[in-house]
Each structure stands twice: as structure tokens, then as C-alpha cells.
Write a protein that binds this ligand. Structure first.
Ligand code: SF4
Ligand code: ZN
Ligand code: ZN
Length: 322
């Protein structure tokens, strides 16, 4: 859509309207606004520190392209921070292989070398093979959605990759839309306990367990990540994962988009409400710790961080090897 209005900040021709803020911006003001938002999140949540070695999860899509670009810019200003782009190859034919090519182009353009970690190598099966296996099982496991399976192994492998690369942090490209969806999904599924493990900055300081995760795009709407990537001329893959139709997330996404259209700012409201709730939860948690009621949970099979005795990745691998 071509806008016939001027930029609210400099009076150049606007290219984008941000309805939730009631402003229209030109390319240059939009870019500054986007980068300022990431920089503000960094300052407020103290995401980036000198001497950090950060594994940056790249998918070949627009969000992680925007994240790598903006992090590269920001860390150059701060100095003494190393970024290592990492791609998890789940083994999804016709999708991840195409996205991988764009990720390679992106890294080449920005002067990084890309580290690739595959499901096949670490779990003995690609996601395509896992889904085939799932479909042949007679247990409850055949009810598991592809994204639940993918998500568990992906999270485990990203953590493993960060550990192997001796990174002290892992940056993931979750944007504001993803965050708002996750918050609602946890509420709809009655899983509020997941809130305390989720945030702009999460994870343990002891890297043997769960490498600290940072989400620099926490306050950047998905649409703006795409516009930012396009404005910077970044390569990214637009295709959709063939399993995405299995995802409950898609329904929540449509619901939120519908509400956002009717009342601009809804997504920001969900995210800010979540952060306020989280503060309360953390207060309760710290009180619990003071009374000695908490311990650091570890998977008894693989030794990785886990909220239960056996982590989900080990539980799923057990099911899949039946
Ligand atoms: Fe994995 Fe689902 Fe994303 Fe596809 S859509 S990459 S299956 S989480
Ligand atoms: Zn402007
Ligand atoms: Zn495990």
C-alpha cells in the first residue's frame, strides 16, 4: 500500500503507518525508531555486555535477519562482543533447505560464518523422519503436533550449540507478535508456570545448564521486522514450513491480528501486562528461594536444564525409538 502522507517526524514521504502509535514514518525515521526500540530493550534489561560471546539463532527468515543486522550494529557500538550465527537444520524438505540458502547469503553479506546443527546428526532423525515415525505409532505420542516435537528438539539443540560454541548467551529472534502469542497460548492452556521461564532475558547464569537467552526483538512487531529487513536489503526466505498448518499458534496469531486491527496496540498491551505479571511472579519466586524451597532442575538422562526429572527431548526420543 502506498501512503500519501508525510513522515510524522521529518515531513519526508512516509512509507509506513504505525497505527498503535498514531504515526507515519519515512524509511529513515522508521529505521531509527526500530533500532532505538532494540537499544532501549538492551538498556532496560541489560542484554548485551562487553566480552559477551553470543550465539545468534538464525532461521533464514526475516526476524532473525533483522536481529543479526541490528545486533551487529549495536554490538559494534558497544565493542568487544562476538556474534556467532547458528542455524538449526531440522530436516524439513522443501523448506529448511531453501531457508538455509538465504541464511548463508545473509551471513556472507554481513561477514559471518554460519554454524549449522542438524537434528539428523544429534538425534539420529530429521524432523520429517520423526513425523513419519509419529504417524506410525499407536501411543498417545501420535497426537503430538509437529511444532511441539520440533520446538522441544530445537530448543535442546540450540542450547547444546551455544554450549559447544562456548557462548555465554543465545539470542533468539522472537518478535512482539511471537511473544504475545506465547503469552496467550500459556493462558489458554492453563500453563501460567511457564511464565517465569520466559522473558526478554531468561535462563541460568551457569552455562552448563541453560545458556541465557536474550530476545532483542521482544518489542518489535513482526510486520516491522519484515519492513526493517527489506529496507536494509537483507536476504530472507518467505516460504512457510509445511507443518505450520498443524500449529495451534497459527489460530492464536489470526485471533491477535484480528484484535489488533480493531484496537491497535493490543499486542503491546498483552506483552506489557505479561511483564508486569512476571515481576510479581519473580517477587514470589525470590521469597520462595529465601525460604529454601527451590533447587536447580536437571534432566537425569542428558544432564541439561529441565523442569522435570527427564527433559522433554529425552522423553520424546524415548517415544520415537519405540
Ligand atoms: Fe518447526 Fe513448526 Fe516452525 Fe515448522 S512451523 S519449523 S515444524 S516449529
Ligand atoms: Zn522521517
Ligand atoms: Zn534430557
Amino acid at each position: 500500500m502506498i501512503l500519501l502522507v508525510s513522515c510524522s517526524l521529518c515531513k519526508n514521504k512516509a512509507i509506513v503507518s504505525l497505527n498503535y502509535a498514531g504515526v507515519s514514518l519515512c524509511g529513515s525515521c522508521f529505521t531509527k525508531n526500530f533500532e532505538k526500540r532494540v537499544s532501549k530493550a538492551n538498556k532496560e534489561f541489560k542484554l548485551l555486555w562487553r566480552k559477551d560471546r553470543i550465539a545468534v539463532a538464525i532461521s533464514g527468515g526475516k526476524d532473525s535477519a533483522a536481529m543479526l543486522f541490528v545486533l551487529n550494529k549495536l554490538t559494534e557500538k558497544i565493542g568487544e562482543i562476538e556474534l556467532i550465527p547458528v542455524l538449526i537444520d531440522e530436516g524439513i524438505k522443501g523448506y529448511r533447505n531453501n531457508a538455509l540458502e538465504e541464511a548463508k547469503k545473509l551471513c556472507k553479506k554481513l561477514g559471518f560464518s554460519l554454524k549449522i546443527y542438524s537434528f539428523k546428526k544429534y538425534f539420529g532423525m530429521s524432523l520429517d523422519e520423526m513425523i513419519k515415525k509419529r504417524n506410525s505409532l499407536n501411543s498417545d505420542f501420535c497426537e503430538k503436533g509437529a511444532c511441539s516435537i520440533c520446538g522441544v528438539f530445537r530448543k535442546w539443540l540450540l542450547n547444546k550449540a551455544a554450549q559447544e560454541l562456548e557462548a555465554n548467551k543465545l539470542a533468539v529472534g522472537h518478535n512482539l507478535d511471537d511473544v504475545a502469542q506465547t503469552v496467550l497460548m500459556n493462558l489458554f492452556r492453563n500453563e501460567p508456570s511457564r511464565f517465569h521461564r520466559f522473558g526478554v532475558l531468561s535462563g541460568s547464569e551457569e552455562k552448563e545448564l541453560f545458556v541465557r537467552r536474550i530476545k532483542p526483538l521482544f518489542f518489535c512487531p513482526e510486520r516491522e521486522c519484515a519492513i526493517y529487513s527489506i529496507l536494509q536489503g537483507l536476504p530472507f526466505y518467505l516460504g512457510e514450513c509445511p507443518y505450520s498448518s498443524e500449529a495451534y499458534r497459527g489460530e492464536v496469531k489470526n485471533f491477535l491480528n484480528y484484535l489488533e486491527k480493531k484496537s491497535p496496540g493490543v499486542k503491546f498491551n498483552v506483552v506489557h501486562s505479561f511483564l508486569s505479571l512476571k515481576k510479581e511472579l519473580e517477587y514470589c519466586e525470590s521469597k520462595k528461594q529465601k525460604t529454601g524451597c527451590s533447587s536447580i532442575p536437571v534432566c537425569s538422562v542428558c544432564g541439561q536444564y529441565s523442569s522435570s526429572k527427564v527433559c522433554k527431548a529425552c522423553e520424546y526420543l524415548g517415544e520415537l525409538s519405540n
